[in-house]
Design a protein around this ligand. Sequence first.
Ligand code: APR
Length: 231
Amino acid sequence: MKKKLAVLTGAGISAESGLKTFRDGDGLWEGYDVTEVASPEGWKRNPALVLDFYNMRRKQTVEASPNKAHTGLAELEKYFNVEIITQNIDDLHERAGSTKVAHLHGEIFKMRSEKLLIPSYEIKGDIQLGDTAPDGNQLRPDIVWFGEAVPMIEKAAEIAMDADVFVVVGTSLVVYPAAGLVDMVPLYNPKFVIDKKVPYLKPMHNLTVIEKPATEGIKELTVQLKKMFGL
Ligand code: APR
């Protein structure tokens, strides 16, 4: 039986694909004020601006390609039962070939009615003000904004609690509940943190820190895991 490898990823894993992280810059996100484009209040104030922002990010995602960190994680499926929990709304894990990806914060190619949590609709192109869901209400991105519920957290918690090995890649670990998942991993199971610039970490048992860009970090992780499990 393959061991269970759970991987929590954040914006840093897609940085080498050309997609910007959130907290490495100046508080602006591609020139947009984060609180205006990723909150229910901002949506109420200016839905057209919010739609423009996500139209732009959708286009960037279409144009981006998975990098070696994404493909390296997909290749680990040869040896492990890999479950990815991503905070990213891009689809680069799926395009790299990962088969089990839970999107904690939603997906850029999904939209839903602003009045209903489900169903959600696959949409590749732009969405404008006035585009409605079948219930007659405005479509909005199926993305978890600040202050909103995180429906996938229950599944993510199960994955973390069941992990033989837990890996964190490219996240500043400041946004909860995602940041709390690492606390749910069985105490003595191996944990790895890969980040270009590792954020503050609480003390943890059996922790290996790899302070490198994600592409190099996943390569090193693969070497260490193969050694650890005699693969
Ligand atoms: N390789 C590895 N790590 C990197 C790289 C890289 N090439 N580039 C940046 N990083 C690291 C940064 O050092 C930082 O620790 O990636 C992390 C990115 O952190 P954030 O920008 O805070 O992104 P993330 O943790 O994914 O944000 C969480 O916050 O804005 C909300 O919902 C949004 O999902 C997002 C959540």
